[in-house]
Write a protein that binds this ligand. Sequence first.
Ligand code: SF4
Length: 339
Amino acid sequence: MLFYPKRAFFEPKTLDYPTGKYIYNKLKELNIPVFIENKSVSFEKDFDDIKEYYAYAKSSLVVSIKKSMKLESCRPSADYQFPLVTGCPASCQYCYLQSNPNIKPFARVYANVEEILQNNEKYINQNKPKITSFELASTSDPLSVEHLTGSVKKAIEFFADQEYGRLRLVTKFAYVDSLLNIDHKQHTKIRFSINSKYVINKFEFNVSPLNERLEAAQKVYDAGYPLGFIIAPIYYYDNYKQEYAELLDMLRDKIKNPEKAEITFELIQHRFTTKAMDTILARFPNTEIDFSMENRQQKWGPYGVYKYVYKKDISTEMKDFIISEIKKRFPKAEVEYFT
Ligand code: SF4
C-alpha cells in the first residue's frame, strides 16, 4: 500500500524549489492537510507517550531543505552516502535507523534535490578518473515516498550523465514503474532487501510483500538496471536454514535464467546496539526480536559504539550456509560481502 501521510509540514523556503512545489501540489490534489511552518505552526509537538509520538510521526511528512553538504563514507556499500529522504514511513522493528539518534521516526524529504545532486559532482571530480559510488539508502528507503517526490527518478537521470559516478539504492518497496523508462545507462544499481518468511511476518510492517518485491526486481532487471539483493538482517532461529533456502527458491523461480543471472548479494547478519535495543523496546514493547546475549558477541562499530552480532561459530555457519545456497541457484552471482 502506498504511503499517504495524514499531514505534511513544509519549511517555507521549500516552495522556492521545483520539488517542493511538486510535493505541495500533489498533496493538495490528494486533499492531504499541508502546513507551512512558522513560529506558531510546527511539526514538533509534545507527547507524553513515546508510542503516541511514534504513531503521529509515522503518519506525517516533513519537507525540508538539506543544508549540510558534507558527505559521509558508506563502507562497505559505496564510497559515499547522500540522502534525498531521512527517516521512513515503514515500521520494520529491526530497522537500522533505530540505532541513529539523529534520525527521527518520520520521513523528512528534501526539496533542494538539484543542489544535493550537484554537490555529488564535486566528489566525483576530485576522484576522477576513478569511479565514485554513492549510496542513496543509508538514511531511509528512498522508494517509500517516490510517488510523492519523484526524487529518485531525478537522481537516476543525474547519474546517467556522470561518466565517473555510480548510484546504488536499496528498497523494500515494489513501486518501480516510474523508473523503468529512464535512460539510466546502467549507472544506477537497484537492490531489493529480502528476507525469510519468519523475519518478514514478525518484524516488517508497511512495506511491499515479498512476492511484489521479487516481481519489481524482475522488472528493473528487464529494464537493464544492474540488480542486486540484500538479505538483511539474517536472523538466527530454529529453522532458519529451511526458510532462507525457501527464500532463495522463490527468488530463483522469479528471476529469468537464474543460472546466467549476473546479480549480486549483500549479506548482513542481525546486529543491534544497546541504544537501538532500548529504542525498539520502547516503540514496540511486544516485539519478538531476540535481544538475549546467549548467542551474541560484541563488535566495535564505526560510529564509536559496540554492537552485538552473533557469536563467531553461529555467524560462520550462517555465512557458509547462505553463500552455498546462493551459489547452487545462481552460479554467476557475486556475493559482495557478509558482515
Ligand atoms: S523499509 Fe527500510 S528504512 Fe524503512 S523502516 Fe524498513 S528497514 Fe527501515
